[in-house]
Ligand binder design. Structure first.
Ligand SMILES: [Zn+2]
Ligand SMILES: [Zn+2]
Ligand SMILES: [Zn+2]
Length: 216
């Protein structure tokens, strides 16, 4: 018996140069390792890795936000028939495209048109400048982002995050935003959220010790 290998196409838009990065992904290529789709001209990348419970965690760069968005998808969603897109919670624009190559290309063309109608050259330039500055923003601490990403992965793997998706068919998609004096943790799927204080190093240390999160 020949097992048909599961394939899909993933795409995102590079926030630095604006071009769409598209790549075929084979299920067997993802087993275990971290998969990175890089923009050939910039150093931005979408990353995908498999969690202990067989889901897929994606970190996707976004044109409108300084930080990438995190999504957690089941194998069924990643390799299902038809086009599947995920939006940025802030701008409403799709940032991640999954599906057959043709469908993904068509969706990207649509999004090109939409972007062109929304933004003029000057506004596009301002958006890419936001990403070039990146880590130099005042009060920005990349360590916090790293810790949050790690913490969310841990809690998710251990099923210690709850939201309105619990007990429903929905697959929760957890993400976070580092704000000026706090971190917002939220679920893309049901919009449940919670805020963690982040005013001092002591707060950051407390965040590391969190062992469960209830979003509401
Ligand atoms: Zn680029
Ligand atoms: Zn965004
Ligand atoms: Zn939820």
């Amino acid at each position: 018996m020949i097992l048909e290998s599961k394939k899909t196409t993933l795409a995102f838009r590079c926030p630095l140069c604006g071009q769409s990065i598209l790549s075929g992904v084979n299920l067997f290529r993802i087993s275990g390792d971290l998969l990175r789709l890089r923009c050939p001209d910039c150093d931005t990348a979408l990353t995908l890795n498999k969690t202990n419970d067989g889901k897929f965690r994606l970190s996707v760069p976004c044109m409108f936000c300084p930080k990438p968005h995190n999504y957690l998808l089941s194998e069924g969603t990643l390799f299902k028939e038809g086009l599947f897109t995920l939006p940025c919670a802030l701008s409403g624009m799709d940032v991640l495209y999954i599906g057959k190559e043709e469908q993904v290309k068509r969706a990207l063309e649509e999004s090109d048109k939409l972007l062109d109608s929304m933004l003029d050259e000057e506004e596009k330039e301002q958006l890419t400048a936001l990403h070039r500055k990146g880590g130099e923003e005042e009060g920005y601490d990349p360590a916090v982002e790293h810790v949050m990403r790690f913490l969310l992965c841990e809690l998710e793997d251990e099923k210690k995050i709850s939201c309105f998706c619990d007990g429903k068919e929905e697959i929760p998609l957890y993400d976070f935003q580092v704000l000026s004096e706090r971190v917002r943790v939220f679920c893309h799927c049901c919009n449940a959220e919670t805020y963690l204080p982040l005013r001092s190093e002591a707060d950051a240390e407390d965040i590391v010790k969190i062992d469960a999160l209830e979003l509401k």
